[in-house]
Structures are given as C-alpha cells and as structure tokens.
Design a binder for this molecule. Sequence first.
Ligand code: HPA
Length: 273
Amino acid sequence: MADLKERIKEAVSLIKSRTKIKPEIGIILGTGLGALADEIETEETVSYSEIPSFPASTVIGHAGRLVLGKIGGKVVVAMQGRFHYYEGYSLEEITFPVRVMRALGAETFIVSNAAGGMNPQFETGDLMIITDHINLMGVNPLIGVNDERLGPRFPDMSQSYDRKFISLAEEVAREEKIRVQKGVYVAVPGPNLETAAEYRFLRLIGADAVGMSTVPEVIVAVQAGMRVLGISCITDKCLPDALKPANIKAIFKVAGEAEPKLTRLVSKTIGRM
Ligand code: HPA
C-alpha cells in the first residue's frame, strides 16, 4: 500500500477533478446531527466509494458522501456520514478524511457529536462547546511511522480547541438565545453505554460529557495544524447515583430535536470566523 501522503494526494486529485472550489473549513457532523449538510449551497458531492482510500460506509442506506459548497458565506467540505471506531474501522481510516480536508486547503475543522452529560448542571438537549478532551479510547491515530510533512511526531495538545472559536460560538449563542454549556469531552471506544461506576470514574477524572467519537479526528486535525471548534449535543443524563437505563431511541430523538439550534449555532459561527 502506498504511504499515507501518497494516498491523501490520490484522494485529493479525485476530488479536485470534480470541483474547483477550495474549502476553508472541514466539517464532520455527529449522529443525528447531520442537517447542517443540507443547508450547504452545494457545488458538488462526491461519494466516499469514488474516493481512493476512503473507508467504505458499512451502514446500509447511508452511502456516505462529501458535500462541497458554501455556508455562512464560507467555502466548506462536510462529511455526510461519519465513521466510528466501534464499527471496526481503524483510527487511520476514521481520520483519513480529516487529512484529505486539510490537503484540500481547510485550515479550520468543525466537529459535532452526541454525548452523555455527566455534569449535573447539564440538561438533555443542551449544546456543549468543547473546551478540552480526554482520550480514553485506548488507541491513538498517530501511532506508527510519522511523516513530518503531515505534522510533528509529538504534537502539542495544550490548546487543542481554539479559544477564539470558543468565545465566538458563545457570543453567537448569546445573540441567538441558544443555551450553551462549556466542558470537557471524554472519548471511549463504545459501543456499550457506560456502567454507573464508569460514569462516576469519568466524572471524577474531569469530564463533563462522554461519547464514542471526535477525539481521533481532533488529534489529527491538531497535528495537521488546523484550528478546531467542537460542539456536543447532550442527549442523555449520565448521573451515576440516579442512572436510568439508556434508551438509544430517546438519544436519537434528543439529537434530532437539538439539530436545528446546532445548525443555527454552527452556520452563524462559521459566518463570523
Ligand atoms: N455514553 C457514550 N456515548 C454516548 C452517550 C453515553 O452516555 N450518550 C450519547 N453518546
């Protein structure tokens, strides 16, 4: 198999053969939070299956495609359909699209996810601007031979989530009257939800929300020199001493209901980046 840089180049060539537009921002949307992609004034869509080295989407009915176009007056590339570690993809596969977005010219990375809320102040349906993260997946997308052309061997992660973007998103939320929280996101591999003892542990180590995505993509985005904005939708309350059985249908429902305000927050924030 060709080296990573070579494979990125092949993927980029295919996309560039389809559209001349040059995205400034790469976007990956979380479970049940994909409506933003529908708001993009689309210039071109490219199926993952057409792009060399892109992981094949396993979910039936979800072909998976890149949407390239404009939102909030900015040129963006968004993934419609994302990959999770629990589906069996390697972290290199999961983060390959981020590398491609960067190589297409995107210097900003925006990511959303559905997450369980462990901070007792949080309500279901709240949006949480991610201020920092904890990688508890037990794996790392940067393990292996490092290509210095893609980023440093030992990337600094002291300010992974851009402070200006955090303030900007807060400001937009205030203006739009959207309730937002701020906090730390911890990533676990999944796919099972956590035990009460695990939620207690995750809260104790400093996390406000827990989910099964985002951190691998952010690690790669930071290594590649991108500025990152991350937003979680709190879909369920994960309070260890009052834990109710997780209801996946209810989690999707909450994400769906919160989607319009997430879309509004992200598109207005993009407009002012
Ligand atoms: N745990 C992990 N991932 C999640 C949760 C949770 O409680 N809720 C939504 N995604």
